[in-house]
Design a protein around this ligand. Structure first.
Ligand SMILES: Nc1nc2c(ncn2[C@@H]2O[C@H](COP(=O)(O)OP(=O)(O)O)[C@@H](O)[C@H]2O)c(=O)[nH]1
Ligand SMILES: [Mg+2]
Length: 394
């Protein structure tokens, strides 16, 4: 714990970063509770506060300055040159917490008392038990939205949260694991995680609320041990929310940008494009060979093999370019395996197509085809390509 502003070297350091814009009505109460009650009672952690004020015209910064003078070493203030958005404030706050204050953990905290300070020991306790990234969720048992919050805003949070989870993570297990992607209360271990986040432009894709989305995805991709605690989100005690439709747009835009930067997604998108090109090759050759030969068997088999060759070639040089077959010998083995794997895909359509069409009726043939391709053949091929043909090197 701090003694007259002196840091105890045996303690780990937690910095609570609070971005503020016009929070004069609540910032003092937050600081007093953290400094007066939370910090002295913490075991093994020094808890200090870093307020990042976006030039609030209501005098928030002056209140923090007075408080910092009363609690030297425990309360810090950064004043932005101009208000740059919540993400811009957090970016400055994280950098200073890491480089200037030597934080071991950083807590993201709102300046309006919607986040009760009593959650700080709970978050740090989870870090102590081995988690790297702990998120306070409104959507697990014990968590809730503020009492009396309008149905519209509550629905917007749920639908927006679900859309964000889907855009960021589906179909990986993280889609189920991350129950509240837009919550603002969380703790991040600095070593290996917060110190590797995109804290600089242009890597950081949003200086608004979207920053939350990007850091969430980045921390999880870093392999952080992820934990949640339930959050009873409170009502704002004073001041105004900065929420607007612009916030929703910023979050969705950031979700898409972040998702498209994910290596798995990029590979899957290439795989889909190559697969579609293979379909076009199949169709063109089917037409050409049939016109030339008049033989059904010849045109179907040759055109299918042309599509297989096209898929193999472009997946090899593009989708799986990082694992490509270079030498002729391995290229030929790869191609042979690819053909065997394609027989598997053929078997899937050959069995499920007729069975489902018979069950539902002939008028459903095209729907069955789309279903079989999207839900069976695409996942099957993706699995075989990744695990069997272009295996990750050991
Ligand atoms: N420095 C700074 N802080 C901001 C900005 N926008 C929001 N905040 C702060 O971020 C926290 C969360 O914002 P809030 O408006 O309460 O979001 P809501 O809870 O979703 O309505 C509050 O402490 C705000 O004062 C900004 O542009 N600059
Ligand atoms: Mg708020």
């Amino acid at each position: 714990m701090y003694r007259n502003g002196q840091k105890d070297p045996g303690m780990k350091k937690a910095v609570v970063v609070i971005p503020t814009y016009n929070e004069a009505g609540s910032i003092n109460a937050i600081i007093d509770e953290i400094v007066g009650k939370i910090s002295p009672a913490m075991d093994g952690w020094e808890v200090s506060i870093l307020v990042v004020d976006g030039r609030s015209p209501d005098g928030t910064a002056d209140i923090v300055k007075k408080s910092a003078a009363r609690h030297p070493g425990l309360v810090h203030l950064i004043e932005e040159q101009v208000r740059g958005g919540i993400g811009a404030a957090y970016r400055l706050g994280f950098k200073h917490a890491i480089d200037g204050l030597g934080a071991d953990a950083i807590i993201e905290f709102d300046g309006d008392l919607q986040h009760p300070p009593s959650y700080i020991p709970l978050l740090l306790g989870k870090l102590d038990s081995g988690f790297d990234y702990v998120v306070a969720s409104r959507n697990i048992k014990g968590g809730s939205e503020p009492a009396g919050r309008g149905i519209f805003r509550t629905m917007l949070t749920s639908i927006g949260g679900l859309a964000a989870r889907f855009l960021l993570f589906f179909p990986s297990a993280d889609f189920w694991k991350v129950t509240d992607p837009t919550t603002g209360l969380k703790a991040t271990r600095v070593a290996g995680f917060a110190d590797r986040l995109s804290l600089d432009m242009p890597d950081l894709k949003s200086t608004g609320f979207g920053y939350k989305i990007q850091w969430l995805a980045e921390t999880i991709r870093m392999g952080a041990k992820y934990g949640e605690i339930p959050l009873k989100f409170e009502n704002r005690q004073a001041g105004q929310s900065k929420f607007s439709t612009g916030v929703i747009v910023d979050i969705l835009r950031t979700c898409i940008a972040v998702r498209l930067s994910d290596p798995w997604t990029r590979r899957f998108a290439k795989y889909a494009i190559v697969g579609f090109a293979g379909y076009v090759v199949n169709a063109v050759f089917l037409h050409a060979i049939y016109s030339a030969s008049g033989s059904e068997i010849l045109s179907w088999t040759l055109s299918t093999e042309a599509a297989i060759l096209s898929n193999f070639t472009f997946n090899n040089i593009w989708t799986f370019g990082d694992r490509r077959f270079n030498r002729l010998g391995s290229w030929l083995t790869g191609l042979a395996r690819f053909n065997v794997s394609s027989l598997g895909a053929l078997a899937i359509s050959g069995i499920f197509g007729p069975v489902l069409t018979t069950a539902f009726g002939g008028s459903y043939r095209q729907i069955v085809l789309a279903f079989v391709v999207v839900f069976l053949v695409v996942p099957y091929n993706w699995f075989m390509y990744n695990r069997l043909i272009w295996k990750r090197p050991e």
